[in-house]
Ligand binder design. Structure first.
Ligand SMILES: [Zn+2]
Length: 601
């Protein structure tokens, strides 16, 4: 009999008890009912009063905002809980049912609150300016200003209600169908004459195997698995892309990325400058993979060689080691940050074990400010899982520290949402380098870091260019076939890899398991933004030492209380300067040069 595969993270599951005690906790319905009652009372009290505010009525607005914050918390708590429960086990029908129930309830409650934002943007600018300037509203200033940015794109109240109601059976339903399909589908992994059916997550992990034949088999298996689902996945993609277009048309956005850029509080010109700067350095990617081919002793690199570990001797990393490495790296940076991270482990806010039906990938959910963040990941004992843990705990730290800003302003736009996570990875990377000082392992670690940085900077630009082309093609050509999307995908990838990496035919469908395209269109460039920003910030930390730490932690605590470029300016960083991005890209170039040097040593 073969040994059952044991994983050191078995049993590392989250305790959601700080939210509710199980799917049948009576408090869930109680909170939903109470929120509905409050929402109706809120509407009765404030409808008609916001759009007719007088400059002297700042206190009225303050009262409404405070009530709204508490109400949102109460209304969100059940849905957040259901979302986490479902992510932890998507194949339990009770979780799906609760998720649907809480989302429907939230929509019913929200119906009574939609008027508020609409009335707020309707208020004439001159009056709004005076109201916002009142000292009592200081805490909410940025939120109030930022809401008004959307003024040109709001529809009438009945239309907004209609869209909100129909989204449940539209966009959200397709999102869930995508999640459940990719979480439950299996891929045949055929190796040494035996075939196993693996989940997408399990087979993706095998692309990091030292054995080339394992990687090749994993790539083939994933391709087969995706091809089996290609009709469904292609349809989901077409639908979501088309739905996005409809939104853009209805709301008169100037382009498909406009709503994302507005939400990110970033100019389209800044995004384009970031992407162009990154694309200019695609030859650096090719230079690195040429080195990697040499180090692996492979003449022609294939797509399944991209993640090959450079040293077969890189040890596996069990959960206790991962935990202590990440814990120590945050502690060395700041005892206060270390304390927060310790709490995540000690109070079981992390779900790391592998389970059938569990959602793939990793995330940190901010939950609600009166509770605390929760982290989900799939720990497969690779060194890169340690970086994932460091990454998600960076989010967790950020979310935990910014809770003080309250429900309305604790969240940051996506661009800086990836800042703390990537910074946390850098801290842990430094600690790992100390843990593995042997030159060969050092080179392997450095290459691992380079590859992760490439995946965050360059690959995300590839993904964004793919998405731009996909949306444009759907608009121009109508519903797209799998082959048509495959072609767009290959073109975007080839731009980065040139002729250095050869793609197997099956690779052309690998766009179809990437959830960002479904969940949050045009999310991906935020990763490039975050990584290049962090490379610059990390230079500052190395230079300024401990003086940097309190300023950085204050930045995290600020949450979304001001525009990112203004908060960052306090640390002496100007992201609106097109030349800014070269700073981080130059550092990546230096890392590649160092790897080339180590390789010949
Ligand atoms: Zn992240």
């Amino acid at each position: 009999m073969s040994q059952p595969t044991s994983n050191s993270a078995a049993g590392i599951t989250w305790d959601l008890g700080d939210l509710y005690h199980g799917a049948d906790d009576a408090a869930i319905e109680k909170h939903l009912a109470a929120s509905l009652k409050r929402a109706k009372a809120f509407e009765k009290k404030y409808r008609g009063k916001i759009k007719t505010l007088k400059p002297t009525q700042a206190k009225t607005l303050l009262g409404a905002l405070v009530e709204q914050e508490q109400l949102f918390e109460q209304m969100d708590r059940p849905a957040v809980f259901a979302g986490l429960l479902h992510a932890g086990k998507t194949d339990d029908p009770r979780h799906g049912a609760l998720l649907a129930r809480t989302q429907e309830a939230r929509t019913a409650i929200n119906k009574h609150l939609i008027f508020f934002d609409l009335e707020w943007v309707e208020l004439p600018q001159a009056i709004a300016k005076k109201v916002i300037a009142h000292p009592s509203l200081k805490k909410y200033r940025h939120w109030l200003e930022q809401k008004r940015v959307w003024k040109p794109y709001y529809l009438s109240e009945p239309e907004e209600k209609l869209l909100d109601a129909k989204a449940l059976t539209g966009k959200s339903a397709f999102g869930r169908l995508f999640e459940e399909t990719t979480a439950s589908m299996t891929c045949p992994f055929t190796h040494n004459g035996a075939t196993d059916e693996l989940s997408v997550q399990e087979i993706l992990a095998k692309l990091y195997d030292a054995d080339r034949s394992v990687r090749k088999a994993a790539a083939e298996g994933l391709s087969v698995g995706l091809q089996k689902q290609s009709r469904l996945l292609t349809f989901i993609f077409n639908t979501v892309v088309s739905d996005h277009r409809t939104d853009c048309d209805l709301r008169s956005y100037p382009n498909v990325m406009a709503s994302r850029n507005l939400a990110n509080e970033i100019g389209s010109d800044v995004v384009e400058a970031l992407m162009k700067a990154t694309e200019k350095h695609y030859p650096l990617v090719q230079r690195y993979y040429r080195l990697k081919g040499k180090l692996l002793g492979i003449d022609k690199l294939y797509d399944y060689d991209r993640y090959a570990p450079l040293s077969g001797e890189m040890p596996k990393c069990d959960w206790p080691t991962a935990r202590s490495t990440v814990q120590e790296s945050y502690e060395a940076f700041s005892p206060m940050a270390g304390e927060v991270i310790r709490t995540f482990f000690e109070k079981n806010w992390i779900d790391a074990e592998l389970r059938p039906g569990k959602r793939g990938g990793a995330f940190s959910s901010s939950a609600v400010p009166s509770a605390h963040p929760y982290i989900l990941m799939n720990f497969t004992e690779r060194l890169r899982d340690v970086m994932t843990l460091a990454h998600e705990l960076g989010h967790g730290l950020h979310q935990y520290l910014s809770r003080g800003q309250g429900y309305l302003q604790c969240d940051t736009p996506l661009t800086t949402a990836e800042m703390a996570s990537v910074f946390g990875e850098m801290l842990t990377f430094r600690r790992m380098q100390e843990r593995y000082p042997e030159p060969k392992q050092r080179l392997a670690m450095l290459c691992g870091k380079i590859e992760d940085a490439f995946a965050t900077v360059f690959r995300q630009v590839v993904l964004t260019r793919f998405e731009q082309s996909l949306h444009a093609a759907r608009q121009k050509q109508g519903e797209l076939s799998t082959n048509a999307i495959n072609a767009i995908w290959m073109k975007a990838n080839q731009a980065m890899f040139g002729d250095v990496v050869e793609f197997t035919p099956g690779y052309s469908t690998w766009w179809s398991y990437i959830g960002h395209f479904i969940r949050s269109p045009f999310y991906c460039y935020a990763y490039s933004f975050g990584e290049l920003l962090v490379l610059a910030l990390f230079q500052k930390y190395k230079r300024d030492g401990d003086a940097f730490v309190p300023k950085y932690l204050e930045l995290l605590s600020s949450g979304g209380s001001d525009a990112p470029h203004l908060l960052l300016a306090k640390l002496g960083v100007d992201v609106t300067d097109p030349k800014f991005w070269e700073l981080g890209l130059k550092l990546l170039g230096e890392m590649v040069a160092e790897a080339e040097k180590l390789a010949t040593a």
